[in-house]
Structure formats: C-alpha cells, structure tokens
Design a protein around this ligand. Structure first.
Ligand SMILES: *Cc1c(COP(=O)(O)O)cnc(C)c1O
Length: 400
C-alpha cells in the first residue's frame, strides 16, 4: 500500500504548513521535539519499521477496515458509504497513530509515553499500544473528566497505565495538557510526549497525519475496486483533525472529489461558548505552540468551547486543515447537537451501527447533503469510532 503525506500538507524545515503550524520556542522542549522529529523521519525510511507497523495494523488493529454501503440511509437521495474505523481494535481511528507513536518512543530508547486525555479516548488507545509494545504509560486527566468518564479510566488502569489526576484550574483538558507537558519536561531523557491529534508544534501534525494516512490510502483503493470510480465527496468530523486528515490526504490530487470536514455547532453557532466551530468562527493566532485558527475571547485567549461529543471539544484545529481551508481545497461545515443525535439514532436503527457522537456529526452532514443530491452522487463518510462510550448519555438525553 502506498504510504506517506501529500507535499501540500507536509511542513517545511521550520515546521510551517503555509502560514500555519511551526516549531516550539521553549528552549528545553525545542531540543526534545527535534529529537522526536529526527527519529520520526529516520524511522519512516526504515524497512523494518514499515514491516512491523504493517503487521500490527493487520493482525492487531484489524486493518483494512471495510467500506460499507449504507443503503437504508441512502434511500432519500445520494448514496452514503461508511469507512468503518469503528471496527478497529479499541473502537476508533486513534489506535492508528498511537501504535506509530509508541513504536517511535521505543525506537528512541524511551521507557515511557506521556499524554493528556479529555474524554479518555486517546488515553485508552495509547495505554493499549504501550501495553502491546512494553512501555510505561502516564496519562494526565482532569478530575472533572475522571469523574465523568469512569469506564475509560478503568480501562486505562487495567491496561497498566498510570492515570494522573489534575486538580487545578477548571480540572479538564486544558489543565491536563499543561500538567502532561510539565511531567514530560521533567523527564525528556526517558519519556516521549504523545499528542492525540494533528495539533501542537512540529513534528506532531506531520507525524500523526502520516500514521493516519493509511485510512485514506485504503479507502481510495477500496472504493475504486468496488465501484470502479472515486467518491464525489469525502466527509469526516473534525476536532483537532486527525481522522479527517487521514482520509483527505489520499484524495488531495483528485480535484473532482469534494472534501468536507464537519465541526460541532453544538447548541448553535450564534451561542459563544456553546459550540466548537474553530474553523468557521475562529481567528488566526498561536495556540499551544503552533499557528492555527482558534476560537478566541475578547483578549485573544482560547475561548470556552462545548460539544456533545467530548472528542471534538477543542478550541483550535490542526495547521494542515487551516492551510486546506485557506486554499479552498477542503470545505468546513458544521452539524449541531440536534442533527447529530438524529444521525446517531438513524444509523443505529436503520443500519444497526451505533456510531461515536463525534462520527455522528459527519453522518449528520452527509444525510443533509444527500437530500440535495441525485441518487448517482456518492458520499464516503469516515466513521471514526463506535458509540459504546456514548450510550448512557444518549439514553439520558433522549429520555429513552
Ligand atoms: C478523538 C476522536 C475524534 C476527534 O479527533 P480528530 O483528531 O479530529 O479525528 C473523532 N472521532 C472519534 C471516534 C474520536 O475518538
């Protein structure tokens, strides 16, 4: 399978992707992140890494994930197809980059991976990869999130990870990032920081997009083999942007394929603090050490954000997406909570697939779009994860 990133979204020597991205300024972190970047570039040239990564994808993750034609959802207009990343081991696309990151940490001689987690999805995927490859894993998580996401905390502990509760500030994701970075800074010799999306300073956007690119390469070949053509549109939800980037990368040269990323409009784009539509309503600036569009308050600080899907609950969006947005190659749309819950229930009841609430945003957009297109029109949706984690919330929300 062809691999690698399209030049248009590959950073230059300064970590810049168009006017976005960049390298970290912090002196101690600069050296540490350069070591990770050099290690990453060496590793992806190494045939023994490529072989090991490929074998784990096939025998452990369960790749390739299939493409499924959702005929019931397609009854009202265009044809909807799902790339089933929900069928991966651990239930989402996140395992694709976590295995890559832990393989790199091991190659660099590190003993431990450190990360933050919000809802716990990245924490669980990273703890899984660390258990598999024999590294220690330390996950920083806000106390508020620990209370809310108990099953994921238990999963991490069973997998052998150390979960570090973060008890300052709002005790959620932002504080968890600060806490994890501090722990990493205190131990750069023995540990590697493992970010959970295509965000942050170089080399993370490039590295995570590279590890996720298998999704698009697979999907493009599978679609062509099954239907003798490419999809007219490719759709994915976007939090930081990793599942969307993994999918879009392989289609960048196919100018006839419309690329659509779907942001969470939450309770409405007119309600500040009650959505996380970073591209739609954000401004350019510098967030967590890289340039991107992010939602800002009146002082230019990251604004409060909200999404029904905690994996999309992030004020910024990765630099590659910002560059695709400004170039006009990809389109950024949104779906609100009501549309998302409707899509969640329709996919469950009409196709027997319970999606993650994150992924349901992409399905919601596809359903809306399909109703305006002829039945020959083909829409491929990246179904980034399964919804087991969301069932209690949905039952309570809908009063079922
Ligand atoms: C974390 C997560 C997302 C959002 O992350 P991206 O980096 O934007 O892909 C989407 N879907 C699922 C199932 C997730 O767990």
């Amino acid at each position: 399978m062809a691999y690698g990133l399209h030049p248009f979204i590959t950073p230059d020597a300064d970590g810049a992707i168009g006017e976005f991205g960049g390298k970290i300024d912090h002196p101690a972190l600069k050296t540490a992140l350069q070591e990770i970047e050099d290690g990453f570039h060496a590793m992806i040239q190494d045939p023994s890494f490529i072989d090991e990564f490929k074998l784990l994808r096939e025998t452990y993750v369960g790749r390739p994930s299939p493409i499924y034609h959702a005929r019931h959802l397609s009854a009202g207009g265009a044809q909807i197809y799902l790339k089933r990343e929900d069928l991966n081991h651990t239930g989402s696309h996140k395992i694709n980059h976590c295995i890559g990151e832990v393989l790199l940490a091991k190659k660099l001689g590190k003993k431990k991976v450190i990360a933050e987690t919000g809802a716990g999805q990245h924490g669980v995927a990273l703890a899984t990869a660390a258990a598999l490859l024999g590294l220690e894993c330390e996950i920083h998580m806000g106390e508020v999130d620990i209370a809310k996401e108990h099953p994921n905390v238990s999963r991490m502990k069973i997998l052998g990870a150390k979960v570090v509760p973060v008890s300052f500030g709002a005790k959620t994701l932002k504080e968890a990032v600060d806490s994890a970075f501090e722990a990493y800074l205190g131990d750069v010799q023995n540990s590697m920081f493992a970010i959970g999306s295509v965000v942050g300073p170089a080399p993370y956007p490039e590295m995570v997009a590279y590890f996720q690119s298998v999704v698009g390469h697979e999907a493009r070949a599978q679609f062509q083999a099954a239907y003798g053509c490419l999809p007219d549109e490719v759709v994915a939800c976007v939090g930081g942007g990793s599942n969307a980037m993994g999918m879009f990368n392989a289609f960048l040269d196919d100018q006839d394929v419309r690329l659509v990323a779907v942001e969470p409009a939450g309770e409405g784009l007119d309600k500040p603090g009650r959505h996380a539509a970073s591209m739609t309503l954000g401004k350019k600036g510098s967030l967590h050490g890289y340039r991107c569009y992010y939602l800002q308050d009146e002082n230019g600080e990251p604004a409060e954000v909200y999404s029904i899907a905690s994996g999309l609950d992030y004020p910024g969006v990765g630099p590659q997406h910002c560059h695709l947005h400004d170039s006009g190659r990809a389109h950024y749309e949104s779906a609100d909570d009501v549309q998302t819950l409707d899509a969640f229930m329709r996919l469950s009841r009409e196709e027997g697939i319970i999606p993650a609430l994150e992924s349901a945003h992409a399905v919601a957009y596809a359903l809306r779009r399909a109703a305006t297109q002829p039945k020959e029109h083909r829409i491929l949706v990246n179904l980034s994860g399964r919804g087991d984690k969301d069932i209690d919330f949905v039952i309570a929300k809908l009063g079922l």
